[in-house]
Design a protein around this ligand. Structure first.
Ligand code: GSH
Length: 263
């Protein structure tokens, strides 16, 4: 089996897929797109992924898009250990429902602070026409970009995103408690944990890890996922926003847990 992953180092959606490929020790060729330069809108790439977003997986010539779909696909074609999908159909249903929640709430909310804090200086430097042209070229996120504008989302949108993220941390804390932890569905890490991981890492990277400090189960979950052997190769140097955008740098960047770095 040969895998080519079209992705971007700092893209949260890409990080989900890299984690599964690394955890399953599936060798893959990585094609890195520069999303701020617009590589995702080049005709050759749009032919693979008409949404003009990363990631896209090429598996022996078969093209699979959308990170949630890709990680389920990878788990289906390599069902041997480690498997990230519960055998029990009821548990599997819970996992899929959680993944839908994650895509709709934290994964969507995290884009607002990401764009406002990291990408805005790049857009603010464009002329209005240039910006509109860039926004219009986005098949999936045109309205999102136009709503943001060159001045960024207003504070009320930032607050709403923060609240949606807070509800996600609380939901995680409750789910870990109900399942017995340490993972969202209990003893075994599942695709739901992998799906939410990049949003949590992103917020920590933006200096907001204190937002879940009063939720001890989430804190332990965050420590556990950083200690997973697939974490360090997934977050290779250059994968954090603070590494690409030094103006964001604070002291709280989420390196892999020390045990991983040492091993
Ligand atoms: N639902 C899609 C969303 C993909 C997505 O939004 N990708 C972002 C990076 S995480 C992207 O490519 N953004 C580039 C752009 O919006 O132009 C998935 O999970 O694969």
């Amino acid at each position: 089996m040969t895998f080519t992953l079209y992705n971007a180092p700092q893209s949260t959606c890409s990080q989900r897929v890299r984690f599964v490929l690394n955890a399953k020790q599936l060798p893959f060729r990585e094609v890195k797109l520069d999303l701020l330069a617009g590589d995702q809108f080049k005709p050759d790439y749009l032919a693979l992924n008409p949404n003009g977003v990363v990631p896209t997986l090429d598996h022996d010539g078969a093209i699979v898009t959308d990170s949630s779909v890709i990680i389920e696909y990878l788990d289906e074609i390599t069902p041997g250990a480690p498997s990230f999908t519960p055998r029990d159909p009821v548990e599997r249903g819970k996992m899929r429902a959680l993944m839908r929640f994650i895509d709709e709430v934290p994964a969507a909310a995290v884009r607002v602070p990401t764009y406002n804090l990291a990408f805005l200086p790049r857009f603010a430097a464009m002329s209005e026409d240039e910006f509109i042209g860039f926004a219009e070229s986005k098949p999936l996120r045109k309205e999102f970009m136009l709503a943001m504008g060159r001045n960024g989302f207003p504070q009320k949108d930032m607050d709403a995103a923060t609240q949606r993220l807070r509800r996600s941390y609380e939901r995680m804390n409750a789910d870990i408690g109900n399942s017995g932890g340490p993972w969202l569905l209990g003893r075994d890490i599942s695709l739901a944990d992998i799906a939410v991981m990049p949003s949590i890492v992103r917020m920590a990277d933006l200096g907001r890890a204190a937002d879940w400090h009063d939720l001890p189960r989430v804190q332990r979950w965050y420590d556990a996922i950083r200690a997973h052997p697939a974490f360090a190769p997934t977050y290779y140097p250059g994968s954090l926003l603070t590494e690409r955008f030094p103006h964001l740098r604070k002291d709280s960047a989420p390196q892999a847990a020390a045990s991983v770095l040492v091993s």
